[in-house]
Design a protein. Sequence first.
Length: 184
Amino acid sequence: MTPQSRPLRRALDAIYFASGVAAAWCLFAIFVVMLWQAFGRELGFRVQGGDDISAWLTAASAFLGLAHTFKSGELVRVGLWLDKLGEAGRRRAEIVALCVSLGFMAWATWAMTSYVYDSWQTNELSQGLLVVPIWAPQSTTVIGMTLLTIAIADELILVLRSLKPTYVVAEEDRRARGDFSDVA
């Protein structure tokens, strides 16, 4: 049984992909809200809360897309520096970087979860034209941060098992296809 055929691996990959799809839908929803506002101005009616909705969707798209972006090898990394370290040095550097990243993201996820939980406990409401319990739009941030934390732990486990990180495999696949769009 290959690592890719295991049920947990398939489930995690499906969750990462779904989070990327959700982020894309949020971007599309921003487009719809902005068009709605533009047509509303032209037709003489005001769209109440459109700016609030766009702001919440922007945050949701940014955070929900993190895990998928990370696993796809699209986040900024110092690959040129890592390539100069050789195989053993690169593995050690990847482990250190993933451990530091995991520690930071675990703390940030805990802190944000506590913040959103406090908002829920106190029934805090949004301050804009559209009044909603603020924990609702904030929860997409917690979901995105949690998924990124899991994705980092996932990659750390791969590297500790002496396997190539998924983001490196994705980058190598792009280069093999002749896609150098990520090269600055």
